[in-house]
Design a protein around this ligand. Sequence first.
Ligand SMILES: *[C@@H]1O[C@H](CO)[C@@H](O)[C@H](O)[C@H]1NC(C)=O
Ligand SMILES: *[C@@H]1O[C@H](CO)[C@@H](O)[C@H](O)[C@H]1NC(C)=O
Ligand SMILES: *[C@@H]1O[C@H](CO)[C@@H](O)[C@H](O)[C@H]1NC(C)=O
Ligand SMILES: *[C@@H]1O[C@H](CO)[C@@H](O)[C@H](O)[C@H]1NC(C)=O
Length: 513
Amino acid sequence: MKDNPKFSEISFWDQTVRSHSANNRTVPKIMASFIIVLSLTYIFYTLNFIFSPHSSCDQDLPKPHEQLKSSSPITQLAKSPSGSAQTHNTQVKTSLHHIVFGIAASAKLWDQRKSYIKQWWRPNEMRGIVWLDKPVSNDTDEDNSLPPLKISSNTSRFKYKYPKGHRSAIRISRIVSETVRQGMEDVKWFVMGDDDTVFVVDNLVKVLAKYDHNQFYYIGSSSESHLQNINFSYNMAYGGGGFAISYPLAKALEKMQDRCIKRYPGLYGSDDRIQACMAELGVPLTKEPGFHQFDVYGNLFGLLSAHPVAPLVSLHHLDVVEPIFPNVDRVQALKRLKVPMKLDSAGLMQQSICYDETRFWTISVSWGYAVQIFRGIFSPREMEMPSRTFINWYRRSDYTGYAFNTRPVSKNTCQKPFVYYLSNALYNAHTNQTVSEYVQHRVPDPECKWKMADPSQIDRVEVYKRPDPYLWDKSPRRNCCRMLPTKKKGTMVIDVGVCGEGEVVELPRQRKT
Ligand SMILES: *[C@@H]1O[C@H](CO)[C@@H](O)[C@H](O)[C@H]1NC(C)=O
Ligand SMILES: *[C@@H]1O[C@H](CO)[C@@H](O)[C@H](O)[C@H]1NC(C)=O
Ligand SMILES: *[C@@H]1O[C@H](CO)[C@@H](O)[C@H](O)[C@H]1NC(C)=O
Ligand SMILES: *[C@@H]1O[C@H](CO)[C@@H](O)[C@H](O)[C@H]1NC(C)=O
């Protein structure tokens, strides 16, 4: 294999990365830190400005984390009478307490990968185990911020016959059974993931709470790559995107998994071995589009700025793709995303589309992540398709390679979007609204001869949105966005929220010329 050694063993549940090398772009660190310091100064200044229109007194600034407590869905769930002895009582609303995580990891990459787990793991609220192949040196400091580590049991008695794969697939596949055998109490769901899977935990809880954990459920999502899905299965939950197995199904799987694995020595990975056993049990995959395997290279921007109307549950392959925010490293980018995630996880990455009817622009908000302004009018059916800022797992930019619709990045320089990335977000308890700020990502501006206002004059976008913890209890529907009048120079102000009665994203009438 001519793998880049750094990436030769980066994926566990899916393992698919092994046969492909990854782009390895490095950001000059000094440059990056300089930009961060600059932008932090800027953010501080501007947020102060937002919240103190009448006075510059610091006491007017809301303290987001304190106020967050009252509206955070997780706090509300925690108030429900969980943790009681009613082991499988459907009356008790599913909470984080009922989930046990099984995380696949290897000693070799542990030092690097544990930084991803730290971004989502809540030591005192979550249960789970990181399963390693070999012992690692573990210092006590980290024992407190990471799940407990365990070494997987010996799998040398199982045959592995896929020519180019790796037999660690068997070890990883058995994590479900090994976790079940820990005999933890009050479990409704086992959730599997890789050490480079990042879960949006509150959304994961919301998604699982929709299903009856007393039934057999196998929940996850396919690959973005049509070819991957053909090679493996459209019925398979891709392990890196994470997947959930209800308690009774995990018990049933545990009883037969070792025998089942022996029947499929020729399979490639761990997740196809799970799927083979699910097929024997007769349990289909229940697809939830918020689990993301991300079998793509390049930039996730297109996918994240047009997320399906479903809660964002997981992100994966973050080592393979570019950092989700420009000019910062991968972990710093995730840290920035945690701010809106905490304020309004249900709304994270949710797209809304609106128009500036006077300037004739199309605006697309991906809440908590980015805002785009386009010259001209694009219909919602175009805007809801991810633009191909990424490339195929099989290294082609061919649109037939994806398991969903995509649109090309426009070649017309006038149609290039102006992109504003999240810089910070706060919650204002007085108005029960979040305000998130997005700052223009300045790139060389290609010449455009259209006689139309130039969005480059907009430096920043302010988005007001009420947190909506019950968003996913309703039928799926995109939020509406509306431009608000503002006198602030270089600023666009947008309101995002539930669409009003009769409110439709209607295309503005053609301009009179
Ligand atoms: C972590 O440290 C403890 C105590 O030193 C040790 O018993 C355990 O085996 C270590 N775990 C791993 C996975 O190396
Ligand atoms: C696993 O078991 C085999 C056969 O029993 C043994 O040869 C091997 O050393 C064991 N591996 C480990 C890591 O204990
Ligand atoms: C998937 O299929 C393609 C085309 O047949 C092949 O080139 C590739 O090696 C396959 N990959 C795996 C992991 O089976
Ligand atoms: C804020 O608004 C949301 C959505 O309407 C509502 O569910 C929540 O109860 C409100 N919170 C407060 C503190 O008023």
